[in-house]
Design a protein around this ligand. Structure first.
Ligand SMILES: [Ca+2]
Ligand SMILES: [Ca+2]
Ligand SMILES: [Ca+2]
Length: 294
């Protein structure tokens, strides 16, 4: 990971809010970067590049999270660097990981509960109470997961949790997860975001391309669906934490931070919320030996 410098991790214990100023990049730079990660074979999607030696690919990460031996979905089988869907068959259970479009003109927001109609892109999200769980990290940089309310132009980053780990991989200290009820807007709308630190404004990137210092996509999304009872609809978010700007390069591997998000019932004060390995996943665990490491 030659362009992934180490970064001193801060210790943040509580939810923090930060307002981001303007990025001040030149118009020419934005134009040059606009197509840097676009998939030329599958228009509207961001191409994911092969990770550096020692880091896990999307295929490997899917297998680690959900179990089994995954294959590229024949409908969209194209080799790196590009956009690929995946699937696994585990006895009578099939799990599909289908990419959500990234940059489609006129696309709507993604419904966290999976109730989507028409064309959607992963830049904006809407509706509901959400559980977010860190699943993987392959980056030298510190990772903080959160969101920005609404569709902008405000870029107020709200932290949901620090991704607490001392090394690359799949093992995290608790609580590298969060349950949050979005309430801003009708319907509630937000952008997912990650940060290196709360003070490094250039490296707070959201799912909305225009929020980012290089104007590029920094999050690709798979919608995860399964025939397993109780699985519901989940989304796996894959972040790229470096910008394509003067003096900085990015490898475009989109595995620097991986977070699973899904709709959950609105939390009631005083109740215990079962995260990740709770009731929703019990059925699947029995079938695929689903491993959660946190
Ligand atoms: Ca995207
Ligand atoms: Ca990267
Ligand atoms: Ca990486």
């Amino acid at each position: 990971m030659p362009n992934e410098m180490s970064w001193e991790s801060g210790s943040m214990k509580s939810c923090s809010v930060l307002r981001i100023g303007g990025v001040g990049l030149s118009w020419l730079l934005m134009i040059a970067a606009g197509s840097a990660w676009a998939d030329t074979i599958r228009p509207g999607y961001t191409a994911v590049k092969q990770p550096a030696s020692g880091e896990a690919s999307h295929l490997t990460i899917l297998q680690r999270i959900y179990g089994g031996t995954w294959t590229a979905d024949p409908v969209h089988t194209i080799s790196y660097p590009t956009t690929t869907d995946y699937k696994v068959v585990l006895g009578s259970i099939t799990i599909l990981a289908s990419r959500i479009a990234d940059s489609v003109s006129g696309a709507g927001a993604v419904g966290i509960d999976g109730n989507n109609s028409g064309t959607i892109a992963d830049q904006l999200w809407h509706d509901g109470s959400v559980e977010a769980v860190a699943e993987a990290k392959f980056a030298g940089d510190n990772q903080i997961f959160g969101y920005m309310d609404g569709a902008g132009p405000s870029k107020t980053f709200v932290k949901l949790f620090d991704v607490k780990t001392t090394s690359n991989g799949y093992t995290f200290q608790n609580p590298s997860s969060s349950v949050h009820a979005f309430t801003s807007g009708s319907p509630p709308t937000w952008r997912w975001a990650r940060a290196r630190s709360l003070t490094d404004l250039a490296h707070i990137q959201s799912s909305q391309n225009s929020d980012n210092a290089d104007g590029l996509d920094h999050m690709v999304t798979y919608q995860i669906t399964s025939s397993a009872a109780g699985f519901g609809t989940r989304y796996l978010l894959f972040f790229e934490d470096r910008n394509i700007v003067s003096g900085e390069s990015s490898d475009g591997d989109f595995n620097d931070l991986v977070v699973e998000v899904r709709a959950v019932p609105v939390p009631v004060p005083g109740t215990v919320v079962l995260c990740g390995s709770g009731l929703f996943t019990l059925g699947l665990i029995a079938v695929v030996g689903h491993r959660r490491n946190r």
